[in-house]
Write a protein that binds this ligand. Structure first.
Ligand code: ATP
Ligand code: MG
Length: 225
């Protein structure tokens, strides 16, 4: 196994007026390729902040972050966007599907941003919709789908560019426990059968217990079970 994520002494604060709000303190964390990891912690403890840094959506104030062996501090905005678009898939609690697009077009979107042709994007999206058992719903708009179905579409959108890493911020948080388990089963399958590295933020011990590692975060400090 090789490490895909390596954080060393990562610190993050937000600036509120003249005040600094420290959120992450000296985070050291290595995640190997192919791991399934849960991040747990109380509200406000810094989970989403950490996820945004892992996903290259935000930068740390101090420390180093290597993603797949490349130091992200050294990357230009274009290079960051490229790594994000090709190697990282995001899944969120509230799905963030575009309401006016049908399921197929939502899934095609990342490939269109990458300037893939309509034909290629369409073909790839169809394959991925089958992968998440949603091919029969491809013409449906998000509002015509259940929460669990919308989350499957959001996962398909995260998978469409075949990312190494999937980052999921409370992906089962707005689903009932049965539907949440269906989504968790899908993550477990993607991890076991396709070797995806998956990091899931969750408040639910039933979800975290199914992960190989559980990282706890409290007041911006991490510890591991
Ligand atoms: N953009 C921002 N500007 C200023 N403060 C922020 C910003 N984003 C988050 N914070 C603060 O940073 C702290 C950590 O927030 P974060 O969203 O990482 O928590 P969380 O662990 O994801 O919480 P939750 O479980 O409620 O989602 C909180 O005190 C929050 O108010
Ligand atoms: Mg959060």
């Amino acid at each position: 196994m090789s490490s895909v994520i390596e954080l060393k002494q990562i610190c993050k604060h937000y600036c509120l007026g003249n005040n600094k709000l420290p959120v992450l303190h000296d985070i050291n964390l290595t995640i190997q390729s192919g791991e399934l990891v849960a991040i747990m912690g109380p509200s406000g403890s810094g989970k989403t902040t950490l996820m945004n840094i892992l996903g290259l959506l935000d930068h740390a104030n101090r420390g180093t972050y290597s993603f797949a062996g490349r130091e992200v501090q050294a990357l230009s905005p274009d290079e960051l966007a490229h790594v994000r678009g090709h190697f990282i898939g995001f899944v969120f609690q509230s799905f963030y599907l575009l309401p006016k697009l049908n399921a197929l077009h939502n899934v095609m979107l990342p490939l269109r941003y990458q300037r893939k042709s309509l034909t290629d994007a369409n073909a790839r999206a169809e394959v991925i919709l089958q992968r998440v058992a949603m091919e029969t719903y491809k013409q449906h708009k998000p509002k015509e789908l259940s929460g669990g179905q919308q989350q499957r579409i959001a996962i398909a959108r995260a998978l469409v560019s075949d990312p190494k890493v999937i980052l999921a911020d409370e992906p089962t948080g707005s689903l009932d426990s049965h539907t949440g388990q269906d989504i968790m089963d899908l993550f477990i399958e993607l991890n076991r059968n396709e070797g995806k590295t998956i990091i899931i933020i969750t408040h639910d011990p039933k979800i975290s217990q199914q992960c190989q590692r559980i990282i706890n975060i409290k007041d911006g400090h991490i510890s591991e079970e």
